[in-house]
Design a protein around this ligand. Structure first.
Ligand SMILES: C[S@@+](CC[C@H](N)C(=O)[O-])C[C@H]1O[C@@H](n2cnc3c(N)ncnc32)[C@H](O)[C@@H]1O
Length: 440
């Protein structure tokens, strides 16, 4: 085993470890991330090989890069001692390679070019024989530093800790994936489009694999489909709202986003369909299901049907054809509860996911009253993560389930056990106050 250093992103620190664990599991890598600290963006891990390190970070969104660790210490003196004691074996394969040095800091001030060069020159004892090349060198050697802030909120003069390592790989994030999927840059987006960074992260949590069929049952403008395609998933979606699927005119439809990202072959299609009356054939299975079900705030939870005993039941003929059999027939719709919809989603996932595959979805929860949140559960699905993104009075949770084999019997928590507890829509529109009083 060798030591590596991961430089983590400074966003969503509470989700970073879960992403690394999911990526390690996806690639069959055994690694211990228990030293992860949400306060700091540096994490040391032991891995078998550079190849494992490369794969672990390659598609990460909440990590920036991974480095073969040559030394570290609480001061530059300690760092140099550490590098000198390790370097004999480590430097051999790279002696003749072209190389460059770089410096990355957490909370550190910006160094002038002269200061940087002075810092790099202190590593002269490595005695590399290759040429320095700033563009596309064979090896990049990185000095990483972590600083604390003083009472004036400026960084202290000396780092708390520093590391020296050889860059193994930079992540999808560092290669620009989050900017690439920025909602506003897409030909087609809308008010429900899901944040690019978290869509990509969700697809990593779902372990989207190249060539597998990935389904979003509440596809909207397709944020999860384009990000699943980034990781090679073959995507398919459905939504009850025909107008969302139709898009905003030529070159501003969901399919145009795939052309824009040059992934048209990874887009199967989208179907206008009520998820609760699912039309996929019974033996169609999916590699993962990823979604953001309707919260009932911007878009209501709707299913096909009517609560009015008359509407939709009268026989209407158009041009000699029964109206409901025509292609242009628009079904009446009735409102439905998010709780029931989530039961349906879990049941569907239990039937349609391959064993070991994942269902990932975001569930809104009101935080205004101090009662435990009841997370939906199904006996065939193991809930492995519940990651919370807090917005003060409400939060949304990413729930990650794995489909287990027939021998598995997990917990069941259906809507009747949760009734009236989450009730997100009502509490949102009451500004989270009326429901709180009712609970007291
Ligand atoms: C939160 S939005 C999803 C947004 C999507 N992730 C995006 O990036 O645009 C939920 C979607 O669920 C759809 N929806 C609501 N009820 C549905 C149902 N019964 N079956 C299928 N889709 C439904 C809504 O039309 C809406 O587009």
């Amino acid at each position: 085993m060798k030591d590596y250093l991961i430089f983590l992103a400074q966003s969503h620190p509470g989700f970073r470890k879960a992403e690394l664990e999911s990526l390690a599991n996806l690639h069959g890598i055994k690694a211990d991330f228990s030293n992860h600290n949400e306060e700091h963006p540096f994490l040391m891990v032991s891995l078998q090989s550079d190849e494992e390190a490369y794969k672990l970070i390659d598609r990460a969104i909440l990590s920036k890069g991974i480095y073969e660790l040559w030394g570290h210490g609480n001061s530059f003196e300690e760092l140099h001692e550490s590098v000198k004691s390790n370097m004999a074996e480590l430097r051999k394969p790279y002696l003749l390679n072209t190389f460059k040095f770089e410096n990355l800091t957490f909370q550190g001030g910006k160094k002038s070019r002269e200061e940087q060069i002075k810092m790099y020159e202190k590593f002269v004892y490595l005695d590399f024989k290759g040429k320095i090349r700033m563009k596309t060198p064979d090896q990049t050697f990185t000095i990483l530093e972590q600083y604390s802030l003083g009472a004036d909120l400026f960084p202290l003069d000396h780092p708390d800790h520093c590391w020296f390592g050889r860059q193994i790989n930079l992540s999808a994030r560092s290669r620009g994936a989050v900017e690439k999927y920025d909602i506003k840059k897409r030909p087609y987006f809308g008010t429900t489009s899901f944040d690019a960074e978290l869509s990509l992260f969700t697809c990593n949590m779902a372990q989207v694999r190249p060539g597998e069929l990935i389904y979003d049952p509440f596809v909207g403008t397709g944020s999860f489909l384009v990000t699943a395609a980034e990781f090679g998933g073959i995507t398919i979606g459905s939504d009850i709202d025909f107008l969302t699927l139709k898009g905003k005119g030529p070159k501003r439809r969901l399919k145009d986003n795939f052309d824009y990202y040059e992934d048209p072959l990874l887009f199967t299609d989208v179907l206008c369909m009520d998820f609760t009356n699912n039309a996929f054939r019974k033996d169609l299975t999916f590699g993962s299901i990823v979604c953001d079900p309707p919260y009932g705030v911007r878009e209501g939870v709707k299913v096909c049907g009517t609560t009015d005993s008359k509407i939709g039941r009268e026989t209407v003929m158009i041009d000699g054809e029964l109206a409901f059999l025509r292609r242009d027939y628009i079904q009446p719709k009735k409102t439905y509860s998010l709780d029931l919809l989530l039961d349906d989603l879990l049941q569907f996932a239990a039937e349609r996911l391959d064993t070991g595959s994942r269902l990932c979805f975001w569930m809104p929860v009101a935080n205004d009253v101090d009662i435990p949140t009841m997370i939906p559960q199904h006996e065939q699905l193991e809930l492995i993560y519940e990651l919370v993104q807090d917005f003060h009075k409400w939060s949304r949770r990413l729930l990650v389930y794995v489909k287990r084999d027939d021998a598995y019997r997990g917990k069941t928590i259906r809507s009747e056990h949760r009734e009236g507890i989450n009730n997100f829509r009502e509490r949102y529109f009451n500004k989270f106050s009326k429901a709180s009083r009712a609970q007291q």
